[in-house]
Every structure is written in C-alpha cells, then in structure tokens.
Design a binder for this molecule. Structure first.
Ligand SMILES: Cc1cc2nc3c(=O)[nH]c(=O)nc-3n(C[C@H](O)[C@H](O)[C@H](O)COP(=O)(O)OP(=O)(O)OC[C@H]3O[C@@H](n4cnc5c(N)ncnc54)[C@H](O)[C@@H]3O)c2cc1C
Length: 512
C-alpha cells in the first residue's frame, strides 16, 4: 500500500472524523468549507456505521408546558451521581428546546399530536415526559436521513466515504494533519483543525447494542496526540437488549420507552423482580443478578401496551419479528448489553481538547454532561448542542497549514477488534466488576496483539481498577458503596503505559 497525498483543493479545510449525528451537525454548523470523513456510506443505514442511525427513544428536551430546562438539569445531575459539570448540564439542557427547533429547521419531521404539539415520551429517571421522537421508534434514522440529505445539498461539505482516520500529525504539539485509510489507500491530509466525532466503545464488548465501528478509535488517536481521557470506566449497560441472534453479533435494542409505556420485566415464572423505571444502571444490575441466579429475563408488553405495540414501536416490532418473536402474544427475551460510554476525550465547554487544533464532539467526548451515568436520551441532545458549538468555533479558527510528511507506516489499516478481546471485556469489565476479575481480565487484554482496541480496553480496565467505589454505571462487587467524595478520573497515554508496565506489559505509543 502506498501513501497518497490528499486532494490539493481540500488542504487546510477542517477535517471532521465520523459522520454520525455529532460529525454531521458539526459540518452543517460551520460556514467554512470542510471535509467529513465517513466510515461507511453517508446516507445508508445498512449496515449501520453510526449509532446515531439506531437511536430509538428520541431526544430529551424540556418542551412541555409542565417542564423546564431546570427540571431537566436536575434529572441529569441526579443520574450523573456527583460527576456532572453543573455549568455544562445547565447550558445543554437550556439548549434543548432550541435543538428541537434547529433539527426541525434542517428537515427533521418530529412526531406531533393532532393539535401540532410535539409528542413526548417518558424514559427512566425523567420526572417529566420530555423525549421527543420521530418515526415513532426510528428517531435516529429519521434525523440522520434528513441531515445526510442536507449535507448532500451543501456544496461546501466534501464527504469522503469508506474513510478511517488512523492518527494525527502534530507540529510543535499542535494539529498539523491526519493520517487516514480511504477505500484501502493511505492518505496524509494537512489540516490545523480536526474534530473527532468517532462515537462510543460498545463495539469493544461481545454483548453490545452498538454498531461495529464503535471501537473507540478516536480515543486512541487523541491519547497518542497527548489528549487526556476522562471517566473511562463509566460504561452504560442497557438492561433490555433483545437476547437473540448469533454469538458476538450486535444485539438489537428494546428501547426504555417500552418500559415507559408500562411494560414489565419478568422471569420465566412470570414474576416481576425489579422497579422497571429506576436508573439504567440499577435495572441492568437487577437483570444481570437475576440472570446469574439462573433465571431467564423477559420484557412483557402484552398487557400494558398490547395491540398498540406495532403502531408505537414499529422498528422494535420488525426486529422482534426478524427473530420470530411477537410482542403482542409473547414476552420479549432480554439481557444487558454495553450501550453508551460516559467517558471520553476530556474537552472544555467549547469542545476543545488539550491538543491545540483538536476538538471532540458527541459520544467520543467527555464534556461533563453525563457524569457517572447518562440520563436516557441526553446523548442525541449533546451531539447536536456540541456539534453546533464546535462548528461555529471552526469559523474563527484560522491557522496556516504547513506541509506534512507522507505516511511511513506500512500496514496502517483499520480492523475490527477480535471477538476474543470483546468477550474479555464483557466478562471482566461488564455490568458488575471486581478487582480480582479486572486484574485477570487486564492481564489477558494486555497479552493481545497491539491495536487501538487493546489500548482503549486497557484504559477502561485500568480506570475501573483505580475506582475503588461503585458510582453510576461503574459497579464493583468488592467496593459496593459510593465513596463520600466524588472525583472525575483522568488518564493520559503515559499513565496507561506506566500502569501496564507495572503489569509487565507495556502499551505502544505509536499506532500499531
Ligand atoms: C441502539 C441504540 C439506540 C440508542 N438510542 C438513543 C436514543 O433514543 N436517544 C439518545 O439520546 N441516544 C441514543 N443512543 C445513543 C446515541 O445514538 C449515540 O450516543 C449518539 O448517536 C452518538 O453520536 P456520535 O455522532 O457521537 O457517534 P456515532 O453516531 O456512533 O457516529 C460515529 C461515527 O464515526 C465513525 N468512526 C469511528 N472511528 C472512526 C475512524 N477512526 N475514522 C472514521 N470514522 C470513524 C463510526 O463508524 C461512526 O460512523 C442509542 C444508541 C444505540 C446504539
């Protein structure tokens, strides 16, 4: 494979890596010509390259007459278990109603009542009905289809499909370019402004609702450039992934909105065993413990929703039908799965990382909104708010580009994390963790061949080992209580290398 220079006409334009909601909103919100790197096809849902296409429940915003951004902020802070940044929470929840309007202006047709008001769903730990949705339970696909069409009609945005970013080029510690693999060819693109919008880490787990591309590669790229990773241990496990399909395959999600409409969690005896609308981490642990005690867990929508299920949840109905399950007459088998990463690249309120010229947007970022646990449906909101603010900030970013050396790293490719590594993560860094298991799992992770996935898995496990308490999405059976004081966790590449070396296994500081 040879290194190829980037198209000369694109040199110096901001590069946005990842074409989910955060990346697309960033591209639409700057007025500058920019380049959007997309891992798959921009406007195709199958196979899903971005989690944004899969979002079901909707987007949280205080749009009801019975609601206020302050109430939304209070629920967000409560879910975040002491680790949210209250200023960021206020700023994002204040922006919620405007985000709904902004997306409508970009062509998103929200579901509305006959009087034109927005339909509002309820999800766990929200004190009000404030989840706006589109296409009933196909919110992500409706939003992404509208925004992708808008991108296609915006000539200043150059979309490069089948593109995988691999590493940054730095000059004097600042961003000078990007190394990427585009349709199998290595490319070096000079740029002084790069936005990582690469999504989450669910693809590092065997049981996950995330698409295969959610492998945390943006975290590895940022860490190698010197950015700080925050709250890496906080992974949210969704309690109700559809427990069907081949081993290692992405699990389909059965949205919390189904429980919001009254569906109950039962076991094979028909007995309920938990409070369905408690926070996600609480419900996930209850389901996990019940499974570990030998039970099979189901979500029962027969009585509470009944015949209305197909109308309200057409996408979930179709997913169930594909697995031979009829939610009108049968309870839906479910199990917990890695769903959302609260941790990420630490950014300031403007979305800037500590590396000059590098921003992080959406799930890859650690903004302070989610703290230890994301409140349901706050992530689409965050992706739009920060995507907008970062896009606007790009307008004011003006640093001359300089030539960057071509690629000299043979074999720089993008590969899926091996299923063995994903099984290790689900087994040792899953819903309920312990120090002994994390240590055993980490030793096995570090014994794997060098890769971005291995680096990010190691960071998650190190951070989980260091946090000797249980808080939000992170639960340690050997430290089951919340520590009296809350602290955010921070890791650099040097920290990860140092901690790994103590286990006799160094971590590479260059891309494998
Ligand atoms: C099944 C499911 C249902 C959900 N439902 C909801 C919901 O109802 N409400 C809500 O608020 N949130 C929901 N979420 C979470 C939400 O969808 C995500 O947090 C959000 O969409 C993330 O947007 P993003 O743009 O940051 O990442 P993504 O949408 O995942 O996009 C990231 C993109 O970057 C690409 N990429 C990764 N690495 C590279 C690289 N190195 N080079 C180039 N491209 C790269 C990925 O392939 C992907 O295309 C759900 C998530 C899932 C999985």
């Amino acid at each position: 494979m040879t290194a190829r220079p980037a198209l000369p006409s694109l040199v110096g334009q901001p590069l946005i890596v990842g074409a989910g909601l955060a990346g697309v909103m960033t591209a639409l919100s700057t007025t500058r010509p920019c380049v959007l790197l997309c891992a798959g096809r921009l406007d195709e849902i199958r196979p899903p390259h971005a989690a944004s296409w899969l979002a079901q429940g909707g987007l949280a915003a205080a749009v009801g007459v019975d609601d206020t951004p302050a109430l939304h902020a209070a629920d967000t802070l409560a879910a975040g278990a002491g680790l949210c940044d209250p200023d960021i929470v206020r700023r994002v929840t204040d922006d919620g109603p405007a985000v709904v309007g902004r997306l409508a202006g970009l062509g998103v047709a929200w579901d509305r009542n006959p009087d034109g008001s927005l339909q509002r769903g309820l999800e766990a730990a929200h004190a009000r009905r404030r989840i706006v949705h589109a296409g009933e339970d196909a919110t992500g696909a409706v939003i992404m289809r509208a925004l992708a069409a808008r991108v296609r009609r915006t000539p200043r945005i150059t979309v490069i499909e089948h593109a995988h970013a691999r590493d940054l080029v730095l000059h004097d510690g600042a961003v000078a370019g990007l190394r990427a693999v585009i349709a199998g060819t290595q490319v070096t693109m000079p740029a002084t402004a790069i936005v990582l919008a690469t999504g989450g880490v669910g693809g590092l787990f065997a049981d996950t609702t995330n698409p295969a591309g959610a492998t945390g590669s943006g975290l590895a790229i940022a860490a190698r450039a010197g950015a700080v990773l925050g709250n890496m241990e906080f992974v949210q496990f969704h309690p109700t992934a559809l427990s069907a399909g081949a081993d290692g395959q992405r699990l389909c999600l059965v949205s919390e909105a189904v429980r919001g409409e009254g569906a109950t969690l039962i076991d094979e005896t028909g007995a309920r065993f938990t409070e369905e609308l408690a926070t996600r981490d609480t419900v996930s642990r209850a389901v996990w413990r019940h499974m570990m005690a030998g039970h099979t867990v189901y979500l029962d929508a027969r009585k509470a929703i009944g015949a209305a299920f197909t109308q309200h949840f057409p996408a979930i109905s179709a997913l169930c039908a594909a697995h031979g399950i009829d939610p009108l007459t049968q309870p839906i088998p479910v199990r917990p799965a890695a769903h959302y990463h609260m941790g990420g690249v630490v950014v300031d309120p403007a979305g800037r990382t500590g590396v000059p010229g590098l921003w992080a947007s959406g799930e890859v970022a650690c903004t302070g909104l989610h703290g230890a646990n994301r409140l349901a449906s706050n992530s689409l909101l965050e992706a739009v708010s920060f995507g907008t603010w970062i896009g606007q900030a790009l307008d004011g970013h003006d640093r001359p580009v300089r030539p960057v050396p071509g690629l000299a790293a043979p074999g720089l490719q993008w590969t899926q994390p091996p299923v063995g590594l994903r099984r290790l993560m689900s087994r040792y860094a899953g819903v309920i963790r312990s120090g002994a298991e994390l240590e055993a799992g980490l030793a096995q992770v570090l014994a794997q061949p060098e890769s971005d996935a291995r680096l990010v898995c190691a960071a998650i496990m190190h951070a989980a080992l260091l946090r000797t308490e249980s808080r939000g999405g992170h639960f340690r059976s050997d430290y089951p209580h919340v520590a009296p004081t809350a602290h955010a966790s921070r890791l650099t590449l040097a920290d990860i290398a140092h901690l790994s070396a103590q286990m006799d296994t160094p971590v590479a500081t260059t891309p494998p």
